[in-house]
Design a protein around this ligand. Structure first.
Ligand SMILES: Cc1ncc(COP(=O)(O)O)c(C=O)c1O
Length: 392
C-alpha cells in the first residue's frame, strides 16, 4: 500500500503512547496541587462542599437539574438503575459490546441483563433489535433499557426515546465514556431518565483515583441516590433502606473541578485528532470505502457530537497489526476482546458464540489508536505511516 504521508512528516517520535496523562498533568499541575491543598486545609475528605460544587458544575454541563457524586462509574450505574425503579427479578436490556460494568451493575441491582447485539456501523446498541425483541418476545418486568454511548458517541437516542415511551421503560444512559457528548445539541446526561458517568483515570474527564457521578432532572430520584450512596441514610445513623458506601472523596472532586474548566477544549482537540486520523488514513488509501480496504472507520451519526474517548478502527489481521505497532512502541488497545454474552460470568444467561454476531465480529476487529488531547500531529502521522507500512 502506497503512503503519501512521508514528505510532510517532520520528526519521528520514539514512541506514541495510547494515553499520556503526564502531559495533561504538566499543563495543570499548579492548579491541581492548589486544589488538593485546599481539601487538606479544610480537613473535609468525603462529600462536603467540594463534591457539592462539582455536582452543581456537572449538572450545568449536562443540562440535568441534579447530579450526585459517587465512588465510581460502576457505582453510578447501580445508583441509576435502582433510582430508575429496577427491582430484583426485573430484566434490563443492554448492549453485549461494552465494559463489563454496563451489565454487572444490572446484576448488582438484582436484575437480569438482556444482552443484545449492536449496530454494525456505530457498534452502539441496535434499537431495531431492541424493538423487535420487545414486540416478539414480551417479557414481564423489563425495568429499563441501558444504552452505552460507546467510545464517546451517543447511541441512537431518538429511537430509544420512542421505544421507551411505547414500552414504558426508563432510559438509563451509560455515559461513562461520553462526558461532553451531545445528541441533536443536547448533552449526554440529560437524554434519558438518569445517566451514569465514570471519572476513571483514562476517561475524558478523569480523577486521580476512582470516582463517578449520576445525573437526572428528577429531584426525587436524585434524593434517593443521595441516600443510597450513603447506606440508605437520610440523616446520620438512621437508615431507611439498604444502600452502600458509594460516596465520592473531596480530593477527587477538587481535582475534577480543575479539569472541568478544560473539558470543552480537550474534547475539541480530540475531535481534531480524529479528523486528522480520518484524513491521513484515507490519503494513505487504507480506509477507502469502495475497495477492500484493510481498515474500516466506524459510522458517525450526523446527530451525534462525538467526544472520541477512543478513536477506534476495525482492522484486518488486527492482532498482527497490534503487535507490529507495539514493536514500534505505538500503544493500542482492544475495547473489547470478548463480548459480554461470552464472558464466563454471564454463562448463566445461556447465550453462546454465534448468537450476537455483530458484537462477536467487532471484538475480533476493533483497535483503539493513541488518543488524548495533547497528542501531536507528527505522532498521529507516525501512527498512520506505520499502519500503512504494515499493510504495504
Ligand atoms: C462503558 C463503561 N461503563 C461503566 C464503566 C465503569 O466505570 P468505573 O471504572 O469508573 O467503575 C466504564 C469504565 O471503566 C465504562 O467504560
Amino acid at each position: 500500500m502506497k503512503s503519501s504521508l512521508s514528505p510532510t512528516r517532520t520528526t519521528t517520535p520514539e514512541s506514541v503512547p495510547l494515553l499520556d496523562l503526564r502531559r495533561q498533568y504538566e499543563s495543570i499541575r499548579e492548579d491541581v496541587l492548589t486544589a488538593i491543598a485546599r481539601v487538606c486545609d479544610s480537613q473535609s475528605f468525603i462529600l462536603g462542599p467540594e463534591v457539592e460544587a462539582l455536582e452543581r458544575e456537572i449538572a450545568t454541563l449536562t443540562g440535568a437539574d441534579c447530579a450526585v457524586g459517587c465512588a465510581s462509574g460502576t457505582e453510578a450505574l447501580w445508583l441509576a438503575l435502582v433510582a430508575a425503579g429496577v427491582k430484583p427479578g426485573d430484566s434490563v436490556i443492554t448492549t453485549a459490546f461494552s465494559f463489563f460494568a454496563s451489565a454487572s451493575a444490572i446484576v448488582r441491582a438484582g436484575a437480569t441483563p438482556i444482552l443484545m447485539d449492536v449496530d454494525p456501523g456505530t457498534l452502539n446498541l441496535d434499537p431495531a433489535l431492541v424493538e423487535q425483541r420487545l414486540r416478539t418476545k414480551p417479557t414481564k418486568k423489563i425495568g429499563a433499557v441501558l444504552p452505552v454511548h460507546l467510545y464517546g458517541q451517543c447511541a441512537d437516542v431518538d429511537a430509544f426515546v420512542r421505544i421507551a415511551q411505547e414500552f414504558r421503560l426508563a432510559i438509563v444512559e451509560d455515559a461513562a465514556q461520553a462526558i461532553g457528548a451531545e445528541w441533536r445539541g443536547r448533552p449526554a446526561g440529560s437524554l434519558g431518565a438518569v445517566a451514569a458517568f465514570s471519572f476513571y483515570p483514562t476517561k475524558n474527564l478523569s480523577a486521580y483515583g476512582d470516582a463517578g457521578i449520576v445525573t437526572t432532572s428528577d429531584p426525587e430520584m436524585a434524593e434517593h441516590m443521595r441516600r443510597l450512596r450513603n447506606h440508605g441514610s437520610p440523616r446520620r445513623y438512621y437508615h431507611e433502606e439498604f444502600g452502600w458506601n458509594g460516596r465520592m472523596d473531596a480530593i477527587q472532586a477538587a481535582v475534577l473541578r480543575v479539569k472541568l474548566r478544560h473539558i470543552a477544549c480537550w474534547n475539541e482537540s480530540r475531535r481534531q485528532h480524529a479528523g486528522a486520523y480520518d484524513r491521513l488514513l484515507a490519503d494513505a488509501g487504507l480506509s477507502a470505502r469502495e475497495c477492500n480496504a484493510p481498515v474500516q472507520l466506524l459510522t458517525r451519526s450526523p446527530h451525534a457530537k462525538h467526544v472520541f474517548h477512543q478513536y477506534v478502527i476495525r482492522a484486518e489481521r488486527r492482532d498482527d497489526l497490534r503487535k507490529f505497532l507495539a514493536d514500534r512502541k505505538i500503544g493500542t488497545e482492544v475495547y473489547y476482546p470478548l463480548p459480554l454474552h461470552l464472558q464466563p460470568a454471564f454463562a448463566y444467561l445461556g447465550l453462546k458464540a454465534g448468537d450476537l454476531p455483530v458484537a462477536e465480529r467487532a471484538a475480533q476487529e476493533v483497535l483503539a489508536l493513541p488518543m488524548f488531547p495533547e497528542l501531536t500531529d507528527s505522532e498521529i502521522r507516525w501512527v498512520v505511516e506505520n499502519i500503512a507500512e504494515f499493510y504495504s
